[in-house]
Structures are given as C-alpha cells and as structure tokens.
Design a protein around this ligand. Structure first.
Ligand SMILES: Cc1cc2nc3c(=O)[nH]c(=O)nc-3n(C[C@H](O)[C@H](O)[C@H](O)COP(=O)(O)OP(=O)(O)OC[C@H]3O[C@@H](n4cnc5c(N)ncnc54)[C@H](O)[C@@H]3O)c2cc1C
Length: 386
C-alpha cells in the first residue's frame, strides 16, 4: 500500500470537497424526488479515480488504504450527497483482490480501476435467510465447465447500474455440511451477457438507493468465475466485512457532521421570541451532545481504519465504529430535525432526505443488534445467542 502522510489526507479531503461543490443540495434533492441514479456524480467520481483508491497500483488503482477511502466517503456525505449509489465499487472488489486468481485480477481489476467495468452489486441477502447468511438457499450446481444458479436475492443495490455482480450461493446444501459456514461459494457474475434467466426487479424503498429483488433461473456462471476454492466463500466475504463497516461508519460520520453543521447554523440564525433559538439550552445542548458523539465515533473509526491499513486485527474496532457512528448520525439527524421545527419536514431544506438516508446505517449492511452480538460473544466471550 502507498504510504500516506496527513498532508496528503488533507489534500484528498479538500479535493473531494471541491468536486462535491458541483453537486449541490438541489442536485441530490431533485434526484431523490425522481428516484433517479446520480450518473453525473458517479461519472465525476470515477474519472477522478476516487472509486479506485483501494485497488493496488499494479492493477491501475491508487493503492491507498481504507483510511483514505473513508475520508472520501465522509466528505461526500458531509457535502450533503450520498455515495450509496457507488460506494460498493470501492470495496466489493476486495474479495476478488484477496481471494481471486491472478488471471481473474488481471481480467477485471484494471478495467474496474479505469471505470470501464462497474462492480457495484453484491448479492448476499435472501428472504429466508435475513441476517443469518449461512441459511442462504440460492444454489450453484456444477455442470462441466459451468455452474447453474437458481434462487432469489433481496435488497440487492445497484444491480441495474453494474456490469458485474459478486454473488454468494450455496454449492453444498446447508443440511449436508458439518460446519454451516462451509459449502457457500463466491462468484463473479458478468451481467452483460448472461446465459439463463436473470431478472432484476426494482424495489420501492424509503431512500433513493436502487435496490432490487433478483431472480436466478438456470443462470450460467463459468467455472473460471468462481473466486478461490469452492465452498469457502463465506470466509472470503467475512474478510471484507471490516473494511465495509469502517467505510459505512465514515459515511455516517459525514452525515453526522452535516446534521450538526446545519443544526447549529440554523439555531444561530432562527429568531423566535426575540432571540436565536440556539440561545435556549433546550435547543443548544442536544446539538452539542450530538456533536460530541459524532466526534467520539470518528476517533473509533480512525483507529479501526489505521489498524486495518497496518494489517492488524480490527474486528472489534470496525464493528464498534459502525455501531457508534450509525447511532451518532441518527442522533444528530433527530436533533437537526427537531431544531428545524416544521421546516425539517419541508423537502427544500434537505434535512428530511438526509434523515431518511442516515437511518439506513443502523440497519444495513448489518444490523446493529448483530454488531452487539459480535461484541458480546466474540470480544466479551459471553454465550452465543444464535
Ligand atoms: C436500502 C438497503 C440496501 C441494501 N443493499 C444490500 C445489498 O446491496 N446486498 C445485500 O446482500 N443486502 C443488502 N441489503 C440487505 C441488508 O444487509 C439486510 O436488510 C440486513 O442485513 C438485515 O437483514 P434482514 O433485513 O433480513 O433482517 P432480519 O435478519 O430479518 O432481522 C430483522 C430484525 O431482527 C433482528 N435480529 C435478527 N436476529 C437477531 C438475533 N439473533 N439477535 C438480535 N436481533 C436479531 C435484526 O437485528 C433486525 O432488527 C440492503 C438493505 C437495505 C434496507
């Protein structure tokens, strides 16, 4: 990984801030109303190379760390934008990078780095499995040089805006494995010229996130698109979870700072009963409290990212960063909405849009209950609840 000093990080922060100025509140508000994909923003982010920061230089990326990737995402959220439209392009390739063959990496990563190929879709969740990923039922059965995939996925984001999809499917049924994490495999599905019936149906969601149900009917995936060893896919996916949690925490921190900035500015300006509402401690203190929580979460997030980038164990820190940041941004969202009074509900102020968007972080990509279970069981060694 390229070594980065603090000045470089500040430069990245300022460059992303500057790029985001071309995509003001009105841009995001308008897309949100029309439920449309932010194509111009994604193009700008791609051509500036920001979506390829985690790809090593030998494959055409910037070879930077999760710390820098987090700064980029944080700044987008802090500007009022939403990188959920493309953030997976940054980290989904990690599974390929860590566990793919050299041939697969050469086939895909340079094109992903150039933005010629989009790997935005990551298909794990299923209706009958939910948070218990080992219960997925989508089957991939080997027939000669292909796997035939049948099943269903739910809440799969950006599938219509992606060329490739990282798919998790069972190659051995649940009841035929001793260890329930075994028998699950990871594949790269090329959706540009897929054989079989792959149906992507958009879901009507609370936020503009381009989320779908996907049906697989005899979808053919070449054996050369299996990542690593058959049956070991669950482990490969877990390897990427820490990066994902840290990056989602960075987005939540960006949102938290946006809410605190907006709330404190509004509280300074809005005059009721002959004085700024922020002069009332009932208005001022909750904003100050939310600010403290966002900043504390940022320290945890930075610690997790630094450990990740040094190659150290960071499961506890990455999970705590996601938990604390998502709770802090949600607290800041509520405080901001309260501070704005009725105007908080008016779309033209953007608070209600960010309020809806930031709520996602406590639920996905992993629910905070499951984070608490991880901390309780894996870190604090209490009994398992599932
Ligand atoms: C906008 C959006 C985008 C998404 N994008 C993707 C995507 O691109 N790819 C993808 O694969 N998935 C995606 N997801 C799915 C997301 O990861 C799941 O919704 C999430 O992991 C939770 O699964 P579930 O919805 O089935 O909830 P469930 O597992 O049904 O859980 C429901 C509730 O029960 C709680 N619960 C369950 N078991 C326990 C337990 N043992 N202890 C305590 N509490 C428990 C949960 O915490 C939760 O509060 C997306 C979801 C959303 C909303």
């Amino acid at each position: 990984m390229t070594s980065v000093v603090n000045e470089d990080r500040q430069a990245i922060r300022e460059a992303v801030r500057s790029l985001c100025k071309s995509f003001p509140d009105t841009y995001w508000r308008d897309l949100d109303k029309r439920d449309e994909y932010p194509q111009d923003f994604v193009n700008a982010l791609t051509s500036s190379g920001y979506l390829a920061v985690l790809i090593p230089e030998e494959y055409g990326g910037a070879g930077l760390g999760v710390t820098e990737a987090g700064i980029i995402l944080e700044e987008i959220n802090r500007s009022g934008g939403n990188p959920g439209a493309c953030h997976a392009q940054m980290y989904t390739m990690g599974t390929l990078l860590r566990h793919g063959s050299e041939e697969q990496k050469r086939r895909y990563l340079p094109q992903i780095a150039k933005g010629e190929l989009r790997l935005q879709a990551f298909a794990v969740t299923e209706p009958n499995a939910g948070s218990d990923t080992t219960r997925i039922e989508t089957r991939a059965v080997r027939k000669g040089d292909r796997y035939i995939v049948n099943g269903q996925k739910i809440f799969i984001s950006r599938a219509k805006q992606s060329d490739l999809m990282l798919l998790l499917a069972r190659t051995t049924p649940y009841n035929e494995v001793q260890d329930k994490t075994q028998g699950i495999s990871a594949f790269v599905v090329d959706m540009r010229n897929v054989k079989g019936n792959l149906q992507i149906q958009p879901l009507d969601m609370m936020i503009n996130h381009h989320t779908n149900i996907i049906f697989f009917e005899d979808v053919e995936v070449p054996v050369s698109n299996l990542i690593g060893e058959e049956g070991k896919g669950f482990r490969y996916i877990i390897d990427g979870w820490n990066a994902e949690r840290i990056l989602v925490a960075s987005e939540a921190i960006g949102d938290g700072r946006w809410f605190v900035d907006r709330a404190s500015a509004y509280a300074r300006d809005r005059v009721v009963f002959g004085r700024p509402i922020g002069a009332n401690q009932g208005v001022q203190f909750p904003i100050a409290q939310a600010y403290a929580h966002v900043e504390a979460a940022d320290l945890m997030c930075f610690d997790a990212a630094a450990k990740f980038d040094r190659g150290e164990k960071c499961g506890a820190e990455a999970n705590m960063a996601k938990l604390l940041a998502s709770e802090a941004s949600w607290e800041a969202a509520n405080v901001c909405l309260t501070t704005y009074g009725g105007y908080g509900f008016a779309r033209d102020y953007d608070v209600e849009r960010k309020f809806r968007e930031t709520r996602l972080f406590t639920v996905a990509p992993v629910n905070n209950n499951l984070i608490l279970a991880f901390l309780g069981q894996n870190v604090l060694k209490m009994p398992k609840s599932y």
